[in-house]
Design a protein around this ligand. Structure first.
Ligand code: FNR
Length: 183
């Protein structure tokens, strides 16, 4: 049977490496795993004052994630932590209190960077929030993707064979992880 995963991208940039990784994952995923790539462009800032009549962009983001069985985050690192747009999306999805769209969904974290450390800091800061949100996160394989700068060609196709292999293995492990939590 098929399960669906929200793939939440932590960068708004048109040529984002994170977005390119998310798109590559859709071509590498086994047929049992359907991936819905969600970019955060247009998602407004969380503000508790608006919760009584939430903005339409919050409602559609929440609905889209709620429909899925799992959440997979693909994110860069900003100043050794989670980019603000991604933290905001987590905050929006986590409320109103008691109605978090993340609660109990299995998850995964893929961080990346043109640098060598592969977004380790962002990856683990994100995991801190996911503990509170009751998202059991895939532990192995970990995904800190360094040297992302030469992974894609001008068309956005993944040309780095070692990364394609790694992402295929990752998304297969993730599929197995998600299946464990199917009701
Ligand atoms: C960065 N970048 C970065 N890289 C890194 O490895 N560790 C870091 O702490 C930071 N910090 C950081 C802060 C800010 C504000 C920006 C704009 C950038 C570089 C970052 O990895 C690079 O710009 C990526 O290309 C961003 O990801 P996307 O947009 O390609 O997905």
């Amino acid at each position: 049977s098929q399960s669906s995963t929200a793939v939440i991208v932590g960068s708004l940039r048109k040529e984002s490496f994170s977005l390119k990784i998310a798109k590559a994952l859709t071509t590498l995923a086994p047929s049992s795993l359907q991936l819905d790539v969600i970019t955060l462009n247009g998602l407004s800032f969380y503000n508790q004052d608006l919760e009584a009549t939430p903005p339409a962009d919050w409602v559609s983001f929440r609905d889209r994630v709620r429909k899925t069985d799992a959440v997979l985050f693909v994110t860069p690192e900003y100043n050794r932590s989670v980019p603000g747009v991604l933290k905001n999306a987590i905050d929006v999805g986590s409320r109103p209190y008691g109605q978090s769209v993340f609660n109990g969904k299995p998850g995964g974290v893929i961080s990346n960077s043109p640098g060598a450390i592969g977004g380790f800091g962002a990856n683990h800061h994100l995991r801190q929030s996911l503990v509170f949100l009751n998202v059991p996160v895939l532990q192995q394989p970990e995904a800190y993707i360094g040297g992302i700068g030469d992974a894609f060609d001008e068309k956005g196709d993944l040309v780095k064979a070692s990364l394609r292999e790694f992402l295929a293995a990752y998304v297969n492990a993730f599929d197995t992880w998600v299946a464990r939590y199917r009701k």
